[in-house]
Design a protein. Structure first.
Length: 469
């Protein structure tokens, strides 16, 4: 078991100013004053699409979709945090169905972080505002609520159906709760397991291995287990994600590409080091790691074998969540959750009232190759690599070279011989010379350098393992 004392950046339900004007519309938009509606309800009237991503606007205004999951028939279900209910999307007919919750108190907003499908034909989801666990029956379209067994500072967050048990992580209560939904005269039974603490003498903790998180991991959020036994962890305070090998008890730090300016704007010039904030993590059927990058407005797909990373830009932006001023196509859709169904990645946009889908079966317009993905340097030494950008039958304009690395204190410097955007012709690969330098004061360590190419819609890159002797 992995533990941390770090605080998280998970958002809570916003608070209204009692003096703000509210124009009544008869929709969930009425939960926000007029001045906040562009920020929380959607800044655009229609959904957007690009070559790899298609979005769908939810019929009811300002529902604020969050947790999302598929059912065995391929339907997509998601929570509507500003309406206290769930909704279904039929991908074949592209039709939404929203199920009113008569048990929900009007005007209440709740961050519903967890949802899962149960084999009995029901959906379970969490409710942060009222500390509730809800069940929705797909057959009879009825809701039922259970009080979460909380302590003073509980927050039921993610949820998973495992066999006959419902497992809930209590984010601020520091425990896992196993619920047995089989009703008895005493109600739903449960078992809570507290997070291990250092030097604890509780017998249960004798069965749990505790590993200290590495330097640089401050807000671990998403975690996923790979087929090779490694654990993968997303760090939401940074641009980092990590692997953990329980055999060697060692961590490896990776990094996303730097967020594109369209996600953060920086019209004021005050943002010096933008971060992508990887959030949740899961593996798809091909064994690739998927994670959402909250403040980069992207979803990443990482091939753990080839150490290749593809990052898909989400086309909708809400400028009220970034330093945009008058910039067009700037801001965040707040992609707080995603789910995987076959070769599709479905996601929600909390402040744009959309759901969307990435089709990973579509061939990329270009690919990148490096002549070496492992190099060794002494401090003060430089090495040169060749990056090849290969078109997949498309003429592509406005490409640029990207690089980022996991080194601290400028131990590594990555440079290339292309200073501006360029065009890639469909029949002619482009090669770029990339140099990696270790500073004179670099300490012995192993780092991951990410090198690749980006367009407005896509970032394709590969990692180089850099060993400083």
């Amino acid at each position: 078991m992995l533990t941390s004392v770090a605080a998280s950046s998970l958002p809570r339900t916003p608070v209204n100013n009692a003096d703000d004007q509210i124009t009544i519309t008869g929709t969930p938009m009425d939960n926000y004053p007029d001045v906040q509606r562009a920020q929380f309800c959607s800044s655009e009237e229609s959904a957007k699409s690009n070559a790899f991503v298609k979005e769908y606007k939810i019929p009811t205004q300002c529902t604020q979709p969050l947790a999302i999951v598929p059912d065995p028939d391929g339907n997509i279900w998601f929570t509507q945090t500003n309406a206290g209910r769930i909704a279904k999307f039929d991908p074949i007919n592209e039709v939404f169905t929203e199920y009113n919750n008569t048990k929900w108190q009007k005007g209440t907003r709740s961050m519903m972080w967890g949802i899962d499908y149960s084999p009995d034909g029901s959906l379970w989801f969490t409710d942060e505002a009222t500390d509730g666990i809800w069940k929705f029956s797909i057959v009879d379209k009825q809701y039922a609520r259970t009080n979460y067994p909380k302590i003073a500072d509980s927050l039921p967050q993610r949820l998973s159906v495992e066999g006959s048990k419902i497992i809930v992580n209590d984010f601020t209560g520091n425990k896992l709760t196993f619920l047995d939904p089989t009703q008895s005269s005493a109600g739903i039974s449960y078992l809570s397991i507290p997070s291990p603490v250092e030097n604890s003498t509780t017998p249960l903790f004798d069965l749990i291995d505790v590993y200290q998180f590495p330097k640089g991991m401050t807000t671990p959020n998403g975690i996923a287990a790979g087929t090779n036994g490694k654990m993968w962890i997303a760090d939401t305070s940074s641009s980092f994600f990590f692997s953990f090998d329980p055999k060697t008890e060692s961590f490896t730090k990776y990094i996303t590409s730097t967020p594109q300016v369209s996600s953060y704007g920086n019209s004021s010039g005050v943002i010096k080091n933008p971060v992508s904030r990887p959030y949740w993590a899961a593996f798809n059927e091909d064994g690739k790691l998927v994670f959402n990058e909250q403040t980069a407005n992207r979803i990443g797909v990482f091939d753990t074998e080839s150490e290749s990373l593809v990052e898909y830009m989400i086309p909708s932006h809400n400028p009220n969540w970034a330093d945009c001023e008058e910039m067009e196509n700037c801001g965040l859709a707040q992609i707080f959750d995603f789910t995987i169904s076959g070769d599709k990645i479905w996601f929600t946009e909390w402040v744009e009232n959309n759901i969307g889908v990435i089709d990973t079966s579509l061939p990329l317009f270009f690919d990148v190759e490096l002549d070496s993905q492992k190099v060794t340097l002494k401090k003060g030494e430089k090495i040169q690599l060749t990056l090849s950008i290969i078109s997949k039958g498309h003429n592509i304009s406005n490409l640029s070279i990207i690089s980022s690395d996991t080194a601290e204190f400028s131990d590594l410097i990555v440079e290339n011989n292309v200073s501006d955007t360029f065009q890639l012709d469909s029949d002619t690969p482009r090669t770029v010379q990339v140099s990696i330098s270790a500073s004179d004061n670099a300490l012995p360590d192993v780092h991951k350098d990410l090198i690749g190419t980006q367009t407005d819609d896509l970032v394709v890159s590969k990692f180089v393992t850099v060993i400083i002797e």
